[in-house]
Design a protein around this ligand. Sequence first.
Ligand SMILES: NC(=O)c1ccc[n+]([C@@H]2O[C@H](COP(=O)([O-])OP(=O)(O)OC[C@H]3O[C@@H](n4cnc5c(N)ncnc54)[C@H](OP(=O)(O)O)[C@@H]3O)[C@@H](O)[C@H]2O)c1
Length: 187
Amino acid sequence: MSNYPLRRWQRAEASLAGASTGTAGAGGRVLSNQVQFSLVSRGPLAEMLPWAQRTGHLVMAYSPLAQGLLSGRYGPDRRPSGGVRAANAMFLPENLTAAAPLLDTLRDVAAAHDASPAQIALAWLVHLPNVVASRGGSSVAQVESNAAAADIRLADDEHRSLTAAAEAFRPLTGVSALPGLVRGRRA
Ligand SMILES: NC(=O)c1ccc[n+]([C@@H]2O[C@H](COP(=O)([O-])OP(=O)(O)OC[C@H]3O[C@@H](n4cnc5c(N)ncnc54)[C@H](OP(=O)(O)O)[C@@H]3O)[C@@H](O)[C@H]2O)c1
């Protein structure tokens, strides 16, 4: 499944289980659901992930680096050019400014592991039981570096400090982000 809210995921599995008792011979578990999940999109932490952990399902995180925001490469004076990120409010100058403390925390933890901020953002995700990350990379070097992040073990206090820094980041989203996105399209 992809982008299924928890209830829909559960309903889909219940329907398939019902089908398995019928004559069609279908059925089985709906093992995973791919959803947006990263330090800055933590929605699955509330209900979906606890349920997946209790019941042996997998949450597959897409955009685990928030389309590159969590790599620490971008800031208000260095914004990504065009593409899907032009429509992503996270890359508005205001949000890139507000993200600075979170990116600094990522850099601090990265320095302690001789790793990159992107690797630490991925390690934060896969530190969580029953989470796998669907990583994007725009070069072979990025793909290799992202794969190596699976070997990083974060201490619990590092995980907590990253979560706290992420919770303190309050980006403009939804309607509040619209004026900035429109301004960006006109520029
Ligand atoms: N199911 C769905 O609805 C859905 C939706 C969206 C995406 N996806 C899938 O999820 C996967 C990942 O999505 P995403 O591309 O948004 O993921 P992402 O990992 O959040 O962002 C990928 C971007 O992060 C930067 N990056 C990646 N590795 C890096 C590294 N090691 N160091 C520095 N920067 C790095 C690159 O951007 P730069 O250009 O800055 O280098 C890359 O293009 C894709 O396979 C995609 O198909 C699924």
